[in-house]
Ligand binder design. Structure first.
Ligand SMILES: NC(=O)c1ccc[n+]([C@@H]2O[C@H](COP(=O)([O-])OP(=O)(O)OC[C@H]3O[C@@H](n4cnc5c(N)ncnc54)[C@H](O)[C@@H]3O)[C@@H](O)[C@H]2O)c1
Length: 354
């Protein structure tokens, strides 16, 4: 290249201008990428705040300088010429956004999936999200690029602020995951690579489910003004055991569940975040139904709630014999149904049985 002709930056299109989508603009920009941030039809107010130079309403952190914004109508323009795509919408929107983006996405190298959830197909079979993305693309008659599952203890506000964050990028093609991880590495944001897409995609929604239980113990501490940390720790240990079991049942690896994507993400989600906050409200004494209504009213999606129901269907469909070894999942289901005192349910699930 001749002197004075700067190389054109590699381009990434981030789909979803919520907390996580906007946050990932920081490491990509810091690593030298050109970033297009596309807002869905639900994100106009978020883009407006960013355009006005205000902190992003969901993270409290200003968008990384140089990020270009695209509104819902400009999806093809956002994707045109992009090398990578990041799908960062809530799990309930993944299929619709993947369907809309599929033709323009087909020419890209990889789609990084940060969403956490399960996706039932038309027949009710529970799928992991990468399978749903591939099916959505197939509906449009295109083959999608390889999916890279993104997991690990990553809070959007900290990623946005450039604080140290360890992620996992998992793909069937591990070399691709490693190459992409390297291309977005910054002093603050670094991802390890893995071939265990399944394990990352099981742990991601399940830690939201179990974080509700951790929150219940915190809520009880708040209500009493005295710690219930022993119970919280017992719940944590039980959650880790069930993450390992569920991961292996679906075909993933135990070391994923005890690594960044499982234990790491469970820890950070149990410290803060919407699922933990929801559980805390229940532990303080609200019914699960009332707490959910209050959070939805404040635009706070609690992904662990649908994930708990879908996880139960996944177990029913793939390994019904495993139910006796999943007492905490059963307890969370009962808590969400307001069936019994939530703390008593956790005690029965997490303490040794005699
Ligand atoms: N916030 C975090 O710290 C964090 C960390 C890791 C992963 N994630 C995951 O990233 C995903 C996005 O989370 P977030 O925190 O950015 O949430 P958010 O609520 O801030 O943003 C949600 C995004 O999804 C879109 N969306 C919501 N419902 C939709 C629907 N029905 N159809 C189409 N689009 C829809 C919104 O327009 C928005 O772009 C989630 O699956 C979440 O679990 C979040």
């Amino acid at each position: 290249m001749s002197a004075g002709a700067p190389a054109r930056p590699r381009e990434v299109a981030i789909l979803g201008a919520g907390a996580m989508g906007s946050a990932l603009a920081t490491p990509f920009r810091d690593a030298g990428w050109g970033v297009r941030l596309w807002g869905t039809w639900l994100d106009d107010h978020l883009l407006a705040a960013c355009r006005a130079g205000e902190p992003h309403p969901r993270t409290g952190v200003p968008l990384a300088p140089g990020t270009r914004l695209f509104t819902a109508a400009d999806l093809d323009a956002a994707l045109d010429g992009a090398e990578l795509v990041v799908l960062a919408v809530a799990s309930g929107g993944v299929e619709e956004v993947a369907r809309r983006a599929a033709p323009a996405m087909a020419g890209t190298r990889a789609v990084l999936l940060t969403s956490k959830g399960f996706a039932p197909d038309a027949a009710g079979r529970i799928r992991l999200l990468p399978e749903a993305v591939r099916a959505a693309a197939a509906e449009r008659g295109v083959t999608p690029p390889p999916v890279i599952a993104v997991g690990g203890p990553c809070k959007a506000n900290e990623v946005a602020a450039g604080r140290p964050t360890a992620a996992v990028f998992a793909a069937a093609d591990r070399a691709l995951a490693a190459e992409v991880a390297k291309s977005v590495a910054t002093p603050g944001y670094r991802a390890e690579s893995s071939a265990d897409e399944v394990g990352v995609e099981v742990c991601a929604p399940m830690k939201n489910v179990y974080a509700i239980a951790l929150g219940v113990a915190d809520g009880r501490s708040e209500r009493d003004g005295t710690p219930w940390h022993d119970l919280k720790a017992a719940v944590f240990a039980k959650a880790v055991g069930e993450l390992v079991l569920l991961t292996e049942l679906v075909g993933g690896r135990a070391d994923t569940a005890v690594g960044l994507a499982g234990v790491g993400d469970l820890e950070v989600t149990g410290l803060s975040g919407r699922n933990k906050v929801y559980g805390t409200r229940i532990g303080r004494g609200e019914t699960a139904r009332a707490a959910l209504a209050a959070m939805q009213g404040a635009e706070q999606t609690v992904e662990g709630v649908p994930a708990a129901a879908l996880a139960a269907r996944l177990v029913d469909q793939r390994a019904p014999d495993a139910w006796p070894r999943l007492p905490l999942l059963r307890a969370v289901r009962a808590i969400l149904a307001d069936e019994h005192d939530p703390v008593e349910l956790l005690v029965e699930a997490a303490l040794p049985q005699h």
